[in-house]
Ligand binder design. Structure first.
Ligand code: MN
Length: 374
């Protein structure tokens, strides 16, 4: 059995005021091509289908169209759950009869956890949940943490699972040791949102969503597919992909198929002059520009946007003065005026004064000392 695993589509997402919808439609079509080429038997979408609980109509239409394409046109089952960005109730709409068509969509947490028997596997759909929800639904007052909630869920699954079948869990959670990026919304303050890998010990493949890096964790059976697109500059070095999982009884073989975005998201640096004279390749990309200029600039964003229309973020590289040495006030007082100013200048501009600037400052200090006598 061969499955495609993706997650964290975040349809309708806006990054720095720019809608990602066109990029999302483009990447979903690329996933469709992979589905056809790889001839998979089913598709897993592990949560965060939308970016927010009330997504824009355009995002709803996009998901409608792509699910129709995969499920009806290509005739493939879809195993999908809600993530922490989705509205569990809204995603639940239609689930009971979509499954007649092989679209298995678990929005709300329920007891029992929905199980889909598919070929020689049992696929368990565990939507995103807070501990309080699990405590209430499973009527277990001892459930206090995310770890206890996931443990409770997997215990109930274990009790119902037919271990002669391949066991697959689809979930949306933060596994301990996972590397987060800047585009996930924290599930809770601090580290209390973590669940350990031991919750998933009995599964042959765990298809996760939530963390957006494709290699947020390294584990033989537990995988984050990562988001299909970069949604923050902290992901600029990611190579986004989908997972192709081939399961033979209890053995899983996991492979990455890389995606090529319409516009990449990357960080570039240079002076304003460099960036506006030697024009970089792929200037339509989403850019974070780090300007290295030390002096004042007139409308750098306006100048850069003439060449790079999709700059999302612009910043000046600020050279930090070394802070590892302790500077005592008494020592500072011993310094000559010009030496003291030199230090300040370097702190503010990231470079030392030129000889000419230094000469001018010496003159200024001299005049100040002589105070009107000159
Ligand atoms: Mn997400």
């Amino acid at each position: 059995m061969k499955l495609l695993h993706t997650a964290d589509l975040h349809l309708g997402k806006i990054v720095s005021g720019v809608s990602m919808l066109e990029d999302q439609a483009y990447i979903l079509n690329q996933i469709t091509e992979i589905i056809k080429k790889e001839q998979v038997d089913g598709i897993i979408v592990a949560g965060d289908l939308y970016d927010r609980s009330v997504p824009p109509a355009s995002a709803v239409l996009l998901l409608n169209d792509i699910f129709y394409e995969w499920n009806v046109t290509l005739g493939l089952p879809i195993f999908a759950i809600s993530g922490n960005h989705d509205s569990a109730e809204r995603l639940q709409f239609g689930s009971a009869w979509y499954e007649k068509s092989g679209l298995y969509l678990a929005g709300k947490m329920t007891d029992p956890i929905p199980k889909v028997s598919f070929q020689d596997a049992e696929i368990w759909l565990v939507p995103f949940h807070e501990p309080a929800t699990v405590r209430k639904i499973f009527q277990d007052e001892t459930v206090r943490t995310y770890e206890e909630a996931m443990q409770k869920i997997t215990d109930t699954i274990r009790a119902r699972a037919d271990q002669t079948k391949t066991q697959i869990l689809v979930g949306h959670a933060f596994v301990s040791g996972g590397i987060p990026s800047d585009s996930e919304r924290s599930l809770a303050i601090g580290n209390v949102d973590r669940v350990s890998t031991k919750c998933f010990a009995d599964f042959d493949y765990v298809a996760l969503g939530h963390l957006h890096h494709p290699h947020a964790i390294t584990h033989p059976t537990i995988h984050y597919s990562g988001s299909p697109l970069k949604y923050s500059f902290s992901e600029s070095k990611d190579k986004k992909s989908v997972r192709i999982v081939t399961l033979q009884e209890k053995n899983c073989d996991v492979r990455e198929v890389f995606l090529k975005p319409m516009r990449d998201m990357r960080i570039v640096s240079g002076s304003l002059e460099e960036l506006t004279t030697t024009i970089l390749d792929k200037k339509e990309d989403y850019l974070q520009v780090k300007l290295t200029d030390a002096h004042a600039l007139l409308d750098p964003m306006g100048q850069l946007r003439k060449f790079y229309p999709n700059i999302l973020h612009l910043e000046r590289v600020r050279h930090q003065m070394e802070t590892d040495r302790d500077v005592k006030f008494e020592d500072l007082m011993k310094k000559e005026d010009v030496a003291l100013f030199d230090q300040f200048f370097e702190f503010a501009n990231g470079q030392k004064m030129t000889a000419a600037q230094r000469e001018k400052m010496e003159l200024v200090f001299k005049e100040a000392r002589e105070g009107g006598q000159g």
